[in-house]
Design a binder for this molecule. Sequence first.
Ligand SMILES: C[S@@+](CC[C@H](N)C(=O)[O-])C[C@H]1O[C@@H](n2cnc3c(N)ncnc32)[C@H](O)[C@@H]1O
Length: 261
Amino acid sequence: MLSEWIERWFTTCPPFLEEMGLLREMLGIRKRWQQYRDAWEPHCRRSRQVVLDAAARCPRRRRAVILGSGWLHDVPLPELVSLFDEVTLVDLFHPRLTREAVKSLPNVRLVGADVTRTLEGVHRAARTRNCPLPSAMPNLFLGEEIDLVVSLNLLSQLPCMSEWFLRKARSHDEPTIAAFARGLIESHLAYLQKFPGVVALVSDVALERVGADGQITPAGGTLYGCEMPFRGESWEWDLVPAGPGRRGERLRVIGVVDIRA
Ligand SMILES: C[S@@+](CC[C@H](N)C(=O)[O-])C[C@H]1O[C@@H](n2cnc3c(N)ncnc32)[C@H](O)[C@@H]1O
């Protein structure tokens, strides 16, 4: 509780993102990680391995960009800083713990940015009558010299809070929100393909509910109706492990070492 309060106090989050629930979401990830750390570790370890396998494929190692770095649970940071001249960590904003963790690492750069470039537009559209939702045209870092890009447990998260915020505002109808959410996923997948170097992707693709008796019920895809166009290894992430008297939630995750392979 105290650590959450400290993080909330010392994490600088733009007010409109806080209003859209993104600070709460970021703190929620840490809270769940603390609660279910052992259950999350196999997923975090496999995610880190995908990043390292992707790094091993890079013929040059000038700059690596990690999209969705968050609390670094799934980022093999010590290895990346020794492999690459520069490691750029990208998230909407960086929690205090992450800023502390990189303080003594001169080749780590923190970038606070919305990779979809839509969140400000969504915030505005939710408050203005008949305002169309923005088109996602992600372009961050395109044209820069980057040898490795990783989209790390980010893809399915891109529409979540916009969807929640728009529903709460009752500003747009359901088909409009659904089309917007799908567009965010599609444009992120297209964006990744524009980078010339090695591009890796780790993302959940489906949710399963696990009964207290261990019975598994599929609960649908997590990519808003989009297909994962790349092949990779697959594993389960026990997001909420089932326990006595507690139903669980499990995500199916795909780890793609190189989207062009
Ligand atoms: C499930 S977490 C990924 C796990 C994270 N690597 C960690 O260890 O905490 C998803 C991350 O994506 C970030 N995110 C969500 N939407 C984003 C956006 N539009 N631009 C940049 N980052 C975003 C969230 O802030 C969050 O840190």
